[in-house]
Design a protein around this ligand. Sequence first.
Ligand SMILES: Nc1ncnc2c1ncn2[C@@H]1O[C@H](COP(=O)(O)OP(=O)(O)OP(=O)(O)O)[C@@H](O)[C@H]1O
Ligand SMILES: [Mg+2]
Length: 437
Amino acid sequence: MPETPPCRVLYMEDDAAQARLVQKCLEREGYSVDVALDGLAGLGCYGEKPYQVVVVDQTMPLLSGLEVIRGMLARGPLPPTIMVTGTGSEQMAVEAMKLGVSDYLVKDLQGGFIRLLPLTIGRALAQQRLLEEKQQAEKDRKRMEQELFQAQKLESIGQLAAGIAHEINTPIQYIGDNHHFLQDAFADLAALMSLGDRLLEAAKQSKIAEDLVRQLESKRNAIELDYLTQEIPKAIRQSLEGVERVASIVGAMKEFSHPGCQEKQAVDLNHAIQSTLTISRNEWKYVADVNTDLDPLLPTVHCLPTEINQVVLNVVVNAAHAVADALKARQQTRGTISVRTRRDGSWAEIRVEDTGTGIPEAVQSRIFDPFFTTKEVGQGSGQGLAIARSIIVDRHGGTIRFETAAGEGTTFIIRLPIEGRPSPEASTPAASVAASS
Ligand SMILES: Nc1ncnc2c1ncn2[C@@H]1O[C@H](COP(=O)(O)OP(=O)(O)OP(=O)(O)O)[C@@H](O)[C@H]1O
Ligand SMILES: [Mg+2]
């Protein structure tokens, strides 16, 4: 097994004898020590190879300890760094702590600090390890969160796929029917035109071509020219609309399933909402009419578009489920889902209001909890709102809350900082309940 290389320490000290003593002492403890006899030389060594620990004396010629630390900071984050000061210069040590050094030792005449140094270095290294572990844990958490978002997105796409296929199939069918009609109509028109040509030829030769006139007239009647003149443009228009519809569904699908950019960007929220409503149409169209009131003056919002799409989808699908449940109880045939956007100062607000069941008081405090669901197995996994909250609050510094009235419906209110800056408002409570509930 390869041996772990010794921990490298850079010791900056202008007193050569003391530096030698410290070097020996640290080498006995298993460290590999380089000594620099002034600040400038120290900074030179620091730039040449990586050190796990740096020990800096405050009082040195050319550059003071503090200046050296500033120079090190200019090159990036400090490794564990210990400041050594003479008695009376504790103020300097405080300054150094502010710059981010791990610890400081006061030099005493008896050289006691030399005995303390290995202990202090050990502590600084342990602190550094803890910090790195914390950073790694945070990185792992972020990666897992990202994987969870991705998994939920793929799951949603899977669930939506059948509905989207259906949505595409309807326009494709009428585009097909229209094209069959246009094919037949063209054959009729071609026959009529050929008779017309023959008649023209006869007319040019000044022959009376009464039979041709009759044939043309009867063909004209047989193919119902007036009807075709009206219907052909309609069929063309309808087919073009169908093509546009398919293109918009495919476009929305592409936007939605995009792997997702890690960088926030300027997003047209109204467009994102339209796309999400397009791909989720099959989820709500049998139970609800969706009304949109999207503020045309809403500026672009600095956010992660695919994640915001996912939030809107989760909230709209929940609204559709709540409406479907309410219809069973109320013997009605359709409910309403209203989606609004507006600007409120430096915030963009999205409201999704439904005429569903409302959220019973007993579960109101739990709906944002991961895996909390009131739906049957296979219908809901309870992740939709937990993910929505994490996206809105943690990733965008926004808020998500609801107002609900039992038996009347629920409104989810999502607020995002337009400039994408987190704000203290992010800590407002997640739920607020309408007075009527
Ligand atoms: N608009 C709403 N009206 C009534 N109840 C709601 C509404 N939105 C959410 N809920 C309640 O909150 C619970 C949690 O919602 P959430 O979206 O997190 O999970 P889910 O819809 O049950 O499952 P998933 O979204 O993972 O498929 C739901 O089970 C439901 O009880
Ligand atoms: Mg849900």
